[in-house]
Design a binder for this molecule. Structure first.
Ligand SMILES: [Fe+2]
Ligand SMILES: [Fe+2]
Length: 416
């Protein structure tokens, strides 16, 4: 069974549940006791990494959901997109804008990744973090691409099912064809306008007004860096990926009536990935916390509710093996994801109030949180979860938070 731990919590003798692979090379294989030097090397190279370690006692006691396929698909998409972003960077290191011939190969590769995602639908999708803080944009683009395409494919199926339900004649019930290629290309290029100012991601001091303005301009700057012949809808996706449903977005502050469904999809995917990534100005939040903020937090009006709902059903708010603090003070470990009620996974109480592992004889059967209101989640990975209130119908809706009144708002919620 996998318990999720941060690299700082690793101890000699622990065994990895999954091998650590980088650039198709196995860096550390699984199921072998970790040694001191291996742990130190991991901490040095990947200070943000979390890994799954084996726990033979729990493994014997309960059957954990196997999400290794979801991890593999997400990592594969991320690797392929990292390769494409590397190419984009390389081309733009010698000129200020991409030209027609530059993108032919990229378009072919994007089509292949789209096909791969179609053929490997997610059970409970995870985001991939390779753990190197310097590569933010690379993994961000990979995750935004993956999430957007997952949502895009789901919307397509949703529309098809609706047509099946409402249209009587078989002839009229043809598969609705929604071409997702412009969305995919838009995702690949969405932050190309950040490349010339990428150093701002690493800036520790507060941004100046001029720098904030440069960030607000990155969608328009990005469009100017794309070739004339690129699909107009793909360019529109790039230009509008920070426009909000309540008209408060940038660069144009468009109202929701003007926002294409693809703009709404990428806006939500972008916020989810940026919110769950570590930035120099803020720590990474858990997917659970960010999904809750997007559905019920102070700036929920930025996002399209049906799309956020789809995201919640697709993405694991709590990874399998995550340790969550309960209201009673003890810790539960996530055993199974609940697609219908995503904030109510099945857990097994496995640690006492002091964080010590319970002995086998003290373990009790797993608890399906969708069937009880008696167990409350209060904290996960440093995030306050008391917002997921007891007794709510769907385990999602809690009390609305107050909007932050600081100027930090732009970057704490409307991530660049
Ligand atoms: Fe982005
Ligand atoms: Fe952006």
């Amino acid at each position: 069974m996998p318990i999720l731990v941060h690299v700082d919590e690793l101890e000699p003798g622990m065994r990895l549940k999954r091998a650590i692979v980088r650039d198709k090379q196995v860096m550390l294989s699984c199921n072998k006791p970790l040694e001191d030097w291996q742990i130190n090397s991991l901490r040095r190279r990947f200070p943000d990494l979390t890994v799954q370690i084996c726990d033979p006692i729990l493994d014997e006691f309960v059957e954990f959901q196997d999400d290794s396929r979801d991890h593999e698909v997400s990592a594969t998409v991320n690797r392929q997109m990292a390769r494409l972003m590397h190419k984009v960077r390389e081309i733009l290191s010698t000129k200020t804008a991409l030209e027609g011939p530059d993108i032919s190969g990229l378009q072919r590769s994007v089509a292949e990744v789209m096909q791969y995602i179609m053929e490997n639908p997610a059970t409970a999708a995870v985001l991939t973090r390779f753990g190197n803080a310097g590569d933010y944009l690379q993994s961000h683009v990979g995750n935004v691409f993956y999430i957007s395409l997952l949502v895009g494919n789901t919307i397509r199926d949703y529309i098809f099912r609706e047509r099946q339900r409402t249209v009587r004649t078989e002839a009229a019930c043809i598969r609705y064809s929604m071409n997702l290629t412009p969305l995919a290309l838009g995702c690949l290029f969405h932050d190309v306008g950040m490349l010339p100012i990428e150093h701002l991601y690493q800036k520790k001091e507060p941004l100046t007004e001029e720098e904030c303005q440069m960030i607000r301009n990155h969608p328009s700057v990005g469009v100017g860096m794309l070739p004339k012949r690129l699909d107009a809808v793909a360019k529109m996706v790039v230009r509008t990926h920070h426009e909000n449903m309540d008209g408060s977005g940038y660069p144009q502050g468009l109202p929701k009536e003007s926002l294409h469904v693809f703009s709404r999809v990428i806006r939500a995917a972008d916020a989810l990935d940026a919110g769950t990534s570590r930035h120099v100005y803020k720590k990474a939040k858990s997917a659970a916390r960010v999904l809750w903020e997007m559905s019920n937090g102070p700036l929920k009006d930025h996002y399209d509710p049906p799309i956020v709902k789809i995201l919640m059903a697709l993405i694991q708010p709590f990874p399998i093996g995550a340790r969550i603090k309960l209201a009673c003070g003890r810790y539960g470990v996530v055993v199974r994801h609940n697609r219908k009620y995503p904030f109510r996974p099945t857990i097994v109480v496995a640690f006492d109030e002091l964080g010590r592992k319970l002995k086998k004889r003290d373990l009790e059967p797993p608890i399906d949180l969708s069937k009880t209101d008696e167990v409350q989640l209060v904290e996960f990975d440093g995030d306050d979860l008391t917002c997921l209130k007891e007794g709510s119908d769907n385990g999602v809706w809690g009390a609305a938070e107050t909007a932050p009144d600081t100027k930090e708002g732009l970057f704490s919620y409307s991530y660049p």
